[in-house]
Design a protein around this ligand. Structure first.
Ligand SMILES: O=C(O)CCC(=O)C(=O)O
Length: 295
């Protein structure tokens, strides 16, 4: 008797087209809900490392497909705001300004400050995948990505030398109450949630674990201070780095198209939501891949 052969996974004919921007590429002709061959996975992985943000166009796929594809890159985070998990799919965080029966269905002010996802945990995220469900219309609700390798490379050699040995504290709670004052629907955190997000200390400059490239790793959303520097000096340095890190020459602005699935590298980029007026509906599903300890 011969052992049954596993059916071969077919290669999909897709193209990787770099954007005319400092970072980013679109991937056209791939269906992430179909089995992905090892050869295709290797091309996608390479494109992600090279371009830092890749946009899979026209993914008319289910939350289960989104989760399964994300898992190819690593285990998934469960976000601390369990209030905004997709029912039956805790791996998905709903990012949305929509209210139903007066209640928010998702995190409406996600990304109002520049940040890298989960930098407040000892092991921040490798990358995140945001899948468009409902969009407000062209040019509204865009997402901006800033290349932190370019930001590092553009610093003066003196500033590079000064910040290379430094560490900074990151805290999920840094802006939580300020955001809650503006958006009272933001849930009051339970003690169990607060315990899950104890502050973490991270290098100010991190090395990408796969490419070996250095990147700035501080953000206006989560970084609260430089370890070992007097508060005023640390805050002045952070203000300088925040302003530098998001200069237009490092930024790609993503204008969403229906069914886009955007996959970015949190080890290389920061991102920002441009914002959507309350009267327009916007909803996206996010998965977040666990990463490793920055060095
Ligand atoms: O809604 C967006 O455009 C970005 C959301 C965001 O920043 C996040 O999910 O971390």
């Amino acid at each position: 008797m011969t052992a049954a052969l596993a059916p071969a996974v077919l290669t999909q004919a897709f193209e990787v087209r770099p954007f005319d921007a400092p970072v980013g590429a679109e991937i056209v002709g791939l269906d992430i809900s179909q089995p992905i061959s090892n050869a295709d996975f290797a091309r996608i992985h390479r494109a992600h490392l090279d371009h830092h943000v890749v946009v899979f166009r026209d993914q008319q796929v289910s939350p289960a497909d989104h989760i399964a594809f994300s898992r190819r890159f690593g285990p998934l985070e469960i976000h601390v705001l369990h209030q905004f998990q997709l029912p039956k799919h805790p791996e998905i965080l709903i990012v949305s300004n929509i209210k139903e029966n007066g209640e928010p269905i998702g995190l409406g002010d996600a990304g109002v400050y520049w940040h890298s996802d989960i930098s407040y945990k000892p092991q921040p995220s490798l990358g995140s995948l945001l899948h468009a469900q409902e969009l407000p219309g062209d040019g509204i609700g865009d997402t901006l990505f800033a290349d932190q390798h370019l930001a590092w490379e553009a610093l003066s050699p003196e500033l590079q030398r000064r910040i290379l040995p430094l560490k900074a504290e990151h805290s999920y709670l840094a802006k939580y109450e300020e955001l809650r004052a503006k958006n009272p629907w933001r849930p009051k955190l339970s003690q169990a949630q607060i315990d899950q997000v104890a502050p973490a200390v991270q290098p100010v400059v991190r090395t990408h674990p796969e490419t070996g490239k250095k990147a700035l790793f501080v953000s206006e959303h989560f970084t609260t201070g430089i370890v070992g520097l007097p508060k005023e000096e640390g805050d002045a340095l952070l203000a300088e780095l925040f302003a530098h890190s998001v200069k237009p020459e490092f930024v790609y602005r993503h204008c969403w198209k229906p069914h886009d699935l955007v996959f970015w590298d949190n080890r290389s980029l920061m991102h920002l939501a441009a914002g959507t007026p309350d009267h327009l509906r916007r909803r996206l599903n996010r998965t977040t891949i666990q990463g490793d300890t920055p060095f």
